[in-house]
Design a protein around this ligand. Structure first.
Ligand code: C5P
Length: 401
């Protein structure tokens, strides 16, 4: 499982309740939204679902005991500091009571006391335990301290009774967690086509022309769109990045392959974003064997080039009224002027003009730039590429409205 500094982290606390099996699905759904998930369990929870299950799902160590990790003597503090949201689901009456009263007698509850991130609890228990005055008082105390309670549903409970006490649905819990992370789900009916990375244009069987694009911006766009609920097709040149979970990945090498993949997927797309650094030129003749120094000097010393198709410009010609096409302009100076010129020349709906050079742009984890549309300029200061991607989608969504 890929983790990086741009990924928000949710720590899930699992307590001893039959609904613990549903937490496996919560883990998967959060991961689909590009969230890193870590799990801490109470000893009782391990009677319902084994730590190995969560370890396999998260590819992270699963903590149970306060003294589990020899290398991390203050594990509760590191877990608490690492997470952006602490979700406790399912949360038993016992753990609710401990949380309400600051009892810290195991790793999960100690972590909760040490945690400064937002805490969400999704209680699940027998209806009478839920309605009991102590549970209700504990819930009131927790709410008054800012803990978000995801109320249980009325349902058929494991004990055979029907009443309020069933864990809320995975969808509702996941949506509340994403909301607490500040991630919006505002692109659920939207299909996005993204190009990313460089293209490579062969000279012969072993040599090629390419550029330094890492693909990080395009992949960040794909992750951000998935976090917001969109369907994503990511057309990627050769990069050293893990596939984006939840995206339809289409791997290509040359500009012409990238164009063919875009043409094939554009019809379905509501939004296309061309963030790839497409090689402007390709060798006119690509030898299918390795050219040899000595015998092929004439071909090696002068490589005739021919222009590649401009994918962004082609999509802008193909685009229907209900589709939006966004391009990038990597500039060292005059961002606004050059970006506006590109917007007009390519007939795009938006150009993301971003600074390159001076350690900015290619290969970095951060980006900054100006989002240019026909009648608006939005300056985006330096931030992680995933946050930058969210700023782009905020602007796209306001264009659509
Ligand atoms: O024309 P220029 O390369 O400066 O424009 C950059 C924008 O055009 C980027 O969005 C890039 O993905 C796109 N582009 C393209 N096909 C090309 C060249 C650039 O889609 N052949």
């Amino acid at each position: 499982m890929e983790t990086n500094s741009n990924q928000p982290t949710v720590l899930i606390g699992v307590t001893g309740c039959i609904a613990a099996y549903k937490t496996c699905e919560i883990v998967r759904q959060l991961q689909k939204a590009s969230v890193r998930v870590k799990v801490v369990m109470t000893q009782h929870a391990t009677e319902f679902v084994g730590p190995t299950t969560f370890r396999a799902l998260t590819h992270e160590p699963v903590a149970v005991d306060l003294f589990d990790e020899a290398g991390a003597p203050v594990h509760h503090v590191s877990l608490a500091q690492e997470c952006d949201v602490f979700l406790i689901a399912p949360c038993t009456a016992n753990v609710l009571a401990k949380l309400a009263n600051g009892v810290a007698d195991d790793l999960l509850t100690t972590t909760a006391v040490a945690c400064e991130a937002p805490i969400l609890v999704a209680p699940a228990m027998n209806v009478h335990m839920y309605e009991d005055a102590t549970t209700q008082e504990n819930l009131r105390m927790l709410k008054s301290r800012g803990v978000q309670v995801i109320e249980p549903k009325v349902g058929w409970l494991a004990c055979g009774e029907t009443g309020k006490g069933a864990l809320e649905s995975v969808e509702v819990i996941v949506a509340a967690t994403l909301n607490a992370l500040g991630l919006k789900r505002d692109m659920e009916d939207i299909s996005v086509l993204i190009t990313a990375g460089p293209t490579v244009e062969p000279i012969d069987a072993v040599r090629f022309i390419s550029n330094h694009s890492s693909g990080k911006m395009g992949y960040a766009l794909a992750k951000a769109a998935i976090q917001r609920g969109a369907q994503v097709t990511l057309v990627s040149g050769p990069v050293a990045l893990e596939p984006v979970d939840g995206a339809k990945m289409v791997y290509v090498k040359t500009a012409r392959e990238m164009l063919a993949a875009c043409e094939e997927n554009f019809e379905e797309a509501d939004v296309a974003i061309c963030s790839a650094a497409v090689a402007d030129m390709r060798p006119l003749h690509a030898s299918d064997r390795k050219l040899k120094k000595g015998s092929d000097d004439a071909q090696l010393s002068t490589i005739a080039l021919v222009e590649n198709p401009d994918i962004l410009a082609k999509l802008c010609v193909m685009k229907r009224e209900d589709q939006l096409v966004v391009g990038f302009a990597a500039e060292t100076d005059d961002l606004v002027e050059n970006g506006k010129a590109k917007l007009a020349r390519k007939h795009a709906d938006m150009i993301v003009a971003n600074k390159v050079g001076d350690g900015k742009g290619f290969g970095t984890d951060d980006n900054e730039g100006i989002l240019i549309t026909a009648n608006n300029l939005i300056e985006v200061p330096s931030m992680s590429k995933v946050r930058f991607a969210h700023a782009i989608f905020d602007a796209i969504n306001s264009l659509e409205a």
